[in-house]
Design a protein around this ligand. Structure first.
Ligand SMILES: *Cc1c(COP(=O)(O)O)cnc(C)c1O
Length: 423
């Protein structure tokens, strides 16, 4: 595979941007390779600047549920562009998008449009704190909610008693407000509530964790979170930046039948443009300025081009619900192919799959939490990544990211992928 043009661009980029990239995982660091620079993408395919073609299972880390450059979405974006790129004033498109979100997720009684998932989770937590008058929040180890200070926190060595920043530049005093529990571990949550009576504003959780690889919630885990937050006067925030419009138009909350107090959406909701949403209970959202005392704003929030892409994407998903059946079936076929690969090569693999999300962990253990995910052999993952790339298949350059199946993946794409996996 010739990658000379990518290498030239990477050399220049490294002088201009930290690590040559604008988001760390793009650097391919954890698979020990140099990143490919992309020229364009269409449908299920992505093309690098050297003309190599790949079947893409990264899908921009989730937004691309319809594949790349869907003609109807592109048309909506181009049309909207001719009317002006931003006004800093309200538009009917924002109403339309909010109505669609509400039709899909009735828990979203009132919402705000923002520009990134990071902004959505940061703002949802501020609203939760403003509403409850409490400072502490609980997050789960291995769940990712964007890069705002209070969410870049890990359980310290004295797990569950002490929280430490997971990044330079995050004040320890800030990290102290974030308590870290273990995914699928109810006792770890109970313990935090016992030790922090009437201090916890909210639990924030990825209802299906998809940033430590895909990890499913145990059947009783989300109902338990709903119950314990209610008992303690705390709020439940579902971070559906990945699962929203991915597990169905109703997201994880419809899939599992749990109604969170607040929800964050991103990725698919912007149809490939920078847009995200947070919202939920009306009484909470009424705390947000200018109605209430919780400040949150944005020059480009509700941008007309981004809302146009989001509206069209959601309209297509609502119009063609069979997309979800097809992408789930294709993801299950890929999961089967991974298991066959493991059998053939005599390697240990554990596959987690739900809907069109899947992860093959290079471990013999069942993966139910971050600890399980960490048991993966990441060098085996790097070998698999290189093998797939050499055979024209672009998967996530990290063990701890999901594989996304899109509506643009054809039966031939899936069959080719299965052939490569099981060769
Ligand atoms: C991607 C992601 C975010 C952050 O969204 P950005 O748009 O990258 O800021 C937050 N939460 C979850 C669950 C995500 O997957």
């Amino acid at each position: 595979m010739n990658t000379s043009r990518s290498e030239e661009l990477y050399a220049i980029a490294r002088e201009l941007m930290p690590g040559g990239v604008n988001s760390p995982v793009r650097a391919f660091g954890s698979v020990g390779r140099k990143p490919l620079f992309i020229d364009h993408a269409r449908g299920s395919r992505i093309y690098d600047v050297d003309g190599n073609e790949f079947i893409d299972y990264v899908c921009s880390w989730g937004p691309g549920i319809l594949g790349h450059a869907h003609p109807e979405v592109i048309e909506a974006v181009v049309k909207a562009s001719f009317d002006g790129l931003t006004f800093g004033a309200p538009t009917g498109k924002e109403n339309r998008l909010a109505e669609l979100v509400q039709a899909c997720m009735p828990s979203m009684e009132m919402m705000r449009l923002v520009n990134s998932g990071t902004e959505a989770t940061m703002s949802a937590i501020r609203a939760a704190r403003g509403f409850t008058g409490r400072d502490k929040i609980i997050k789960f180890k291995g769940c990712y909610h964007g890069h705002s200070d209070g969410l870049l926190v890990q359980a310290g060595s004295a797990a569950l008693t002490q929280s430490v920043p997971d990044s330079g530049g995050v004040p320890a005093s800030y990290a102290e407000q974030t308590l870290v529990a273990l995914f699928n571990d109810k006792d770890s949550v109970r313990e935090l509530f016992d030790n922090n009576k009437d201090q916890i504003a909210a639990i924030i959780v990825e209802p299906v964790a998809a940033n430590m690889g895909v990890v499913l919630p145990d059947v009783d885990f989300l109902p338990f979170l709903r119950e314990i937050t209610e008992e303690n006067g705390s709020l439940l925030i579902f971070d559906e930046v990945i699962t929203g419009f991915r597990l169905g138009t109703g997201g994880a909350q419809a899939y599992f039948g749990i109604k969170p107090d607040l929800t964050t959406l991103g990725k698919i909701v912007g149809g490939g443009m920078p847009m995200a949403v947070y919202g939920g209970r009306r009484d909470i959202m009424e705390q947000v300025a200018p109605l209430g005392k919780v400040y949150q704003a944005g020059t480009l929030s509700g941008n007309p081009i981004a809302t146009s892409a989001g509206i069209k994407t959601i309209e297509i998903l609502m119009r063609d619900p069979e997309i979800y059946e097809r992408i789930e079936k294709n993801a299950a076929r890929l999961a089967g192919a991974f298991r066959e690969r493991a059998r053939k090569l005599g390697i240990k693999l554990h596959v987690n799959q739900i809907g069109s999300l899947l992860s093959a962990f290079f471990t013999g253990e069942e993966v139910r939490d971050y600890q399980g995910a960490l048991s993966s052999d990441t060098s085996a993952y790097a070998d698999y990544f290189g093998y797939m790339l050499e055979h024209g298949i672009y998967v996530a350059p990290s063990q701890f990211e999901a594989m996304f199946v899109s509506g643009a993946h054809s039966d031939e794409d899936i069959e080719k992928t299965i052939r490569v996996l099981t060769a």
